[in-house]
Write a protein that binds this ligand. Structure first.
Ligand code: FES
Ligand SMILES: [Fe+2]
Length: 445
């Protein structure tokens, strides 16, 4: 449970808000690289942290993320012409480069130097792993680029997709780090039905509906585990990382081949873009290149949104890139819930993991009222994330460096394993959670 004031602090992300100031200290995932595929390709509209922006790839290949409106009389630059290293407003022809400088002003007399005094907002960008990131904070505080392991593998061994979620970012983040709902929302069955005893996850679910959640704070956020008993077999442990402010890494299946992750990025206070990543670990990817492709280890990446709408992906998500990546299963059609399926086969009657997440998270309201919650023991990771975020807000207000800015997260991996019941998971899993050349755990906060 939070006070109204704490909830407001965590959820409001626009310019000048406390959380907005904190978020502007990190690289912000802005778009997928393929959305601006080549030099001089059409600009796109994006919304980040409450700001209306456009992104475009200049003739020289650099990507601009700039204020959406022309400095002259505020026409939207989405209609603009992307040509000769800049975007030209189609109203009176003023042109801006990716640094926001007005580089041409054909509607003013030739001898005028007015253009030299005109700028629009512009943010530095980096591209890595098929994603364009923008830095929207104080220039002198710009961190090292966000080179997560998944950004460093060949494009053939990585998949990334995105979808618009119609609620505040924190609901989406909290849903993602909440390991306990997997038993119900996603894998759940109607009462009385058993899970598959031939799999570790199935046996764990048959034995326990309530995982123990343990959190270990680190200098980037925290690492945490969902621990499910397997009786005499030991414990089934899923190890995750939460990296400030909006990243999660989670174990893949199988977890020694690759991993997955999410980024929950606020468009504004009531809308979020959810990115889904999957990748094969570099050593596996390198191994694959030595093999006949037909013998390569099973890829863990999936179709992206360029597939025709209706094709679906591993999460049952069909999104429409021309409608801001809105899912075809959405609140307007009740996520196409099938009540018969719910009665006989699945817990929700809703098809698709991400669709199930969105259905419950959007149902909490545009901004969930956290003054009315009743949190339990499995909400431990959520409680810790809120506390860490509120503390980081204060750190920034006091002029300090928030966690997760320094690049101690580059080599993190998420893994799952089975451990003897008397073995402490964090110590035992350090070599595989903090890899790559052996145990290198970041200093704990
Ligand atoms: S409004 Fe853009 S050039 Fe006039
Ligand atoms: Fe989920």
């Amino acid at each position: 449970m939070l006070t109204q004031e704490q909830n407001e602090t965590l959820c409001r992300v626009g310019p000048g808000t406390p959380m907005g100031d904190l978020m502007r200290r990190y690289w912000v995932p802005a778009a997928l690289s393929w959305e601006v595929p080549e030099p001089d390709s059409p600009p796109i509209t994006i919304k980040l942290l409450g700001e209306e922006l456009v992104a475009f790839r200049q003739t020289d290949g650099r990507v601009g993320v700039v204020g959406a409106r022309c400095a002259h009389r505020r026409a939207h630059l989405f209609w603009g012409r992307n040509e000769e290293n800049g975007i030209r407003c189609v109203y009176h022809g003023w042109k801006f480069d990716c640094e926001g400088a007005c580089v041409d002003m054909p509607s003013e007399p030739e001898e005028s130097n007015f253009k030299d005094k005109v700028h629009i907002p512009a943010y530095p960008t980096v591209e890595a792993g098929g994603v364009i990131w923008a830095y929207m904070g104080p220039p002198e505080k710009k961190p090292a680029p966000p080179l997560f392991e998944w950004t460093q593998v060949p494009a053939t061994h990585r998949g990334i997709s995105k979808v618009w979620q119609q609620c505040n970012w924190l609901q989406a983040l909290e849903g993602g780090i909440d390991s306990s709902h997997i038993n119900y929302l996603h894998g759940g069955k109607p009462p009385g039905q058993r899970y598959d005893d031939n799999t570790v996850a199935g046996r764990a679910r048959n034995l326990s509906g309530a995982p123990v959640i343990e959190v270990v704070p680190t200098d980037y956020g925290y690492t945490y585990a969902g621990i499910r008993t397997l009786g005499d077999e030991g414990n089934y442990v899923r190890g995750y990382h939460w990296i400030m402010p909006w990243y999660q890494l989670r174990p893949g299946i199988p977890s020694d081949s690759g991993a997955s992750g999410h980024m929950w990025v606020p468009m504004d206070d009531e809308n979020t873009i959810v990115y889904n990543m999957h990748y094969t670990f570099p050593e596996k990817a390198a191994h694959d290149h030595l093999m006949d492709p037909s013998e390569a280890s099973t890829p863990v990446w999936f179709r992206d949104a360029r597939e025709p709408v209706g094709a679906g992906n591993a999460f049952g998500d069909d999104v429409d890139p021309s409608d801001n990546f809105r899912a075809t299963r959405n609140m307007d059609n009740k996520y196409k819930i099938d009540r018969e399926l719910q009665k006989t086969t699945t817990f929700t009657g809703i098809t698709g993991t991400n669709v199930q997440d969105r259905a419950v998270q959007e149902s909490m309201g545009a901004i969930a009222d956290r003054t009315l919650e009743r949190l339990g023991t499995t909400d431990r990771a959520i409680i810790n994330a809120r506390r860490t975020l509120l503390k980081a807000v204060k750190t920034v207000q006091d002029g300090g460096e928030p966690p997760g800015v320094a690049p101690t997260y580059y080599k993190l991996r998420s893994r799952e394993t089975v451990l003897p019941a008397n073995v402490q998971w964090f110590e035992a899993m350090k070599p595989i959670l903090f890899q790559i050349d052996g145990p290198k755990a970041p200093a704990t906060a």
